[in-house]
Design a protein around this ligand. Structure first.
Ligand code: PLP
Length: 391
């Protein structure tokens, strides 16, 4: 069998061997607890400090001290901490109860926002256009005197669409409204400079940028009010209790450093590959439409809705051939519900189950795209022939 072709880099990425190498000493040699006073602890603490500086450099934020960089267990925890932390922190200060987000966020934001509603917070879920985007004007129009937080994703995981984060951030900065951005899909592909983006809080997850799974970052500007959600230890300046997983943190920092250093080159290589994939699907497969924005989209991301097809069953056949891709979000695969993202974008109901996402990564090649197109066109024809009354 030929080598498996992995086209699901929005779900996760393989850990870069250079990252694994950087992590190795911190499992067995430098194993101390970063809070311990003895030299084993001090060595671990030094690695923590160094990792924070590396992350701070990529984000262009304050390098000193743990105040701005909070290490978490991943994107889900970072999003949870940002929303709950700010909501509860602001409420404790009597600062209002209104939150703005969008209807196409990852469930790590959406579900927290819905929970906050049950606690008495008011949430505006902004609608999106046909590409899954919101505008800065929409955000400004939704603001109230009681607004305490705006949370908008940088790039959508299902359809790859980018939001105008810097512009939204500029509008919010003038009004001093805290702005959280879920940038989980953006690292290594888009700038993460929090000053250019005008953001106050930003979520990252290492496994999306060739780092280990189970480690993430919440960047938080110093002035933001945040109530810790994980208590029981004074670690990370009391913002997130728990012994820091030093090997994972070292891995995250090295992965982020490499992703940023190689970003320009990666993007330059991925865009033509992506555009070639999109163009060939749209010309060779009848009744296939691109979902998400044609140009304002993640460099390696190609997503489609195909009329009269069951995406999951086609993807299973594609997997048998040795090509791994997914429908929408990896986290919701197996659910029978149509994607909340496609529904919010007003996609034709006949196309909702024909959702497919092919996401290229660092190791993707033209040959991978060619093989995908070859097998996909044949499979679509076969599947449509089985259901002659549709499409
Ligand atoms: N936010 C977005 C946009 C994502 O795509 C994901 C994961 O797919 C997450 C948050 C959750 O990240 P994690 O898997 O690290 O919990």
């Amino acid at each position: 069998m030929e080598k498996f072709i992995y086209l699901d880099h929005s779900a996760t990425t393989p850990t870069d061997p250079r990252v694994v190498e950087a992590m190795l000493p911190y499992w067995t040699e430098v194993f101390g607890n970063a809070s311990s006073l003895h030299s084993a602890g001090k060595a671990a603490e030094a690695a923590l400090v160094q990792s924070r500086q590396t992350v701070a450099k990529v984000l262009n934020c304050h390098p000193a001290g743990p105040a701005e960089i909070i290490f978490t267990s991943g994107g889900t925890e970072s999003d949870n901490l940002a929303l709950r932390g700010v909501a509860h922190g602001m409420r404790a200060r009597g600062r209002g109860n209104h939150i703005i987000t969008t209807s196409v966020e990852h469930h790590a934001v959406l579900d927290v926002a819905k929970e906050l509603q049950t606690e008495g917070f008011e949430v505006t879920f902004l609608p999106v256009d046909e590409y899954g985007r919101v505008t800065a004007q929409q955000v400004v129009d939704a603001l109230r005197d009681e607004t305490i937080l705006v949370s908008i994703m940088y790039a959508n995981n299902e359809v790859g669409t980018l939001n105008p984060i810097a512009e939204i951030g500029a509008a919010l900065k003038k009004r001093r409204i805290p702005f959280h951005v879920d940038a989980v899909q953006a690292a290594g592909l888009l700038t993460l400079d929090v000053k250019k983006l005008n953001v106050d809080l930003l979520s990252l997850s290492a496994h999306k940028f060739y780092g280990p799974k189970g480690i993430g970052v919440l960047y938080m500007r110093r002035a933001v009010t945040l109530k810790p959600q994980m208590v029981g230890g004074g670690q990370q300046a009391h913002r997130r209790g728990g012994t820091e997983p030093v090997p994972m943190i070292v891995g995250l920092a090295e992965a982020l450093r490499l992703a940023e250093a190689e970003r320009e080159e990666t993007v330059k290589r991925l865009i033509p590959l992506r555009d070639n994939l999109i163009e060939r699907v749209l010309t060779l497969i009848p009744e296939a439409t691109l979902t998400g924005h044609p140009t304002e989209r993640l460099p390696g991301h190609a997503s489609f809705a195909m009329r009269g097809l069951n995406g999951d069953s086609l993807l299973l056949d594609l997997n048998e051939i040795g090509i791994g891709a997914s429908g929408g979000s990896a986290c919701t695969t197996g659910q029978q519900e149509p994607s909340h993202v496609l529904v919010a974008m007003n996609i034709d109901p006949d196309c909702l189950v024909g959702q497919m996402r092919f996401v290229l990564g660092k190791h993707s090649t033209q040959e991978h795209v060619d093989r995908l197109i070859y097998h996909l066109t044949a499979l679509v024809e076969r599947h449509r022939a089985l259901v002659p009354d549709i499409g």
